[in-house]
Design a protein around this ligand. Structure first.
Ligand code: RB5
Length: 148
């Protein structure tokens, strides 16, 4: 799986850590920035990652800000993005199994490194169950919003 990862200044430390975790699992991770701690606006990096996910088949995204809230709100404006803010392993597993989430959002100021690793494990080891969930995900997709 190819992943695109982005953050704001409040998510840049966990971005490095998460990139390495996904790479250790055998995924390709492209870092779309930022690359220093200068203040930036999270919607700009959410847009970079979502546009990359929507234009690259079989890819997913990871977005990190202080709380994960701004990133998830921004990402879910994009038609075709199902961004899940996950601060526990159960949510991460369900985001994949039930919602077929294609963007994982995390809050660096909320989580410790141990929990981030457990969330990444849960996200990576679960996949979409389809079945009754497929129709619901299709309904999410039909709600629409922004288009790239
Ligand atoms: C930046 O201070 C902070 O507001 C941002 O990282 C994020 O938490 C917003 O949702």
């Amino acid at each position: 799986m190819k992943y695109f990862i982005g953050a704001d200044h409040a998510g840049i430390e966990i971005k490095k850590f998460v990139k390495e975790l996904f790479e250790k699992k055998g995924h390709t991770v492209e870092d779309l920035g930022p690359f220093n701690k200068d203040r930036v606006d999270y919607p700009d990096f959410a847009a970079k990652v979502c546009e990359a996910v929507l234009t690259n088949e079989d890819s997913k995204g990871i977005l990190i800000c202080g709380t994960g809230l701004g990133m998830s709100m921004s990402a879910n404006k994009f038609d075709g993005i199902r961004a899940a803010l996950c601060h526990n392993t159960y949510s991460a597993a369900m985001a994949r199994e039930h919602n077929d989430a294609n963007v994982l959002c995390l809050g660096e100021r909320v989580l410790g490194y141990g929990m981030v690793e457990a969330i990444v494990d849960a996200w990576d080891s679960h996949s979409f169950e389809g079945g009754r969930h497929a129709n619901r995900v299709e309904k999410i997709n039909k709600l629409g919003s922004c288009r790239v």
